[in-house]
Design a binder for this molecule. Structure first.
Ligand code: ZN
Ligand code: ZN
Length: 240
């Protein structure tokens, strides 16, 4: 059962001291996906068939470039570009007329535009992460209802980033109903807002520390306030 299979990584993420445990789950999946793709698997036909079609988003191609397997990246980009050239030639032959009326200008619906837009959005690493990430989210709800130790961990977490608050808020609808959904929503709302206020106060003290009158005042919890605020707002992990 998926929920039991994924209980360990989900628990690991909630055991971390983090401003968003869901970000931690995502980050470990992202790391695994990059390592998988940069490992021997990029020579496997089924992987290459997918990477040839989808390519990579800006964030993930940058991470892959940083992985140092430049030969692997070169081979993948080479066959992806060959595929892109072939598909572009096909799309260009269709011209601007495809799908549009006889007298209607049709730029939105042209095959070139549709292909380029789709390519801009597709990424092998993103797809690979999403497939498992959705199961991780299911597992959070499974554990929340079945495992009281996990529920305690969830309830005493430091809340979530903006994006993952929305993910959990929406997913709750598919996993719960009635009183359970109402209780969970109240808990989630409170966790998000209380912890957003806590980090907001930390950022305030961080800015107050620039006042010469506060030079000798203690940092309290604010030394890494910007890093934690950016995690809450934008789901990224910057270095202090
Ligand atoms: Zn997050
Ligand atoms: Zn991506």
């Amino acid at each position: 059962m998926d929920e039991q299979l994924y209980a360990i990584p989900v628990n690991d993420a909630f055991n971390e001291d983090s401003e968003c445990p869901v970000c931690s789950m995502y980050a470990s999946l992202e790391k695994n996906a990059i390592e998988f793709t940069m490992g021997p698997s990029y020579m496997e036909d089924d992987v290459r068939m997918e990477t040839n079609e989808t390519g990579f988003c800006a964030k993930h191609v940058e991470m892959m470039y940083g992985n140092q397997n430049r030969l692997g990246l070169g081979l993948m980009l080479h066959t992806h570009m060959q595929n892109l050239i072939k598909e572009t030639e096909k799309a260009q032959k269709k011209g601007r007329s495809s799908g549009g009326g006889l007298f209607k200008k049709n730029t939105d619906g042209s095959a070139v535009s549709a292909y380029m837009r789709q390519l801009g959005k597709s990424c092998y690493i993103c797809d690979r992460i999403t497939r498992i990430f959705d199961r991780y989210i299911d597992t959070i709800f499974y554990l929340y209802e079945k495992d009281s130790a996990f529920k305690t961990k969830f309830d005493s977490s430091k809340g979530f980033c903006v994006d993952h608050y929305a993910v959990l808020y929406d997913a709750a609808d598919a996993h719960m109903s009635g009183g359970a959904l109402k209780d969970f929503t109240a808990k989630l709302d409170k966790l998000f807002l209380e912890n957003m206020k806590r980090v907001c106060d930390d950022v305030e003290w961080y800015t107050d520390k620039f006042d010469y009158r506060n030079v000798d005042a203690p940092w309290k919890n604010s030394k890494d306030a910007l890093v934690r605020a950016i995690k809450k707002l934008d789901s990224i992990e910057l270095q202090l």
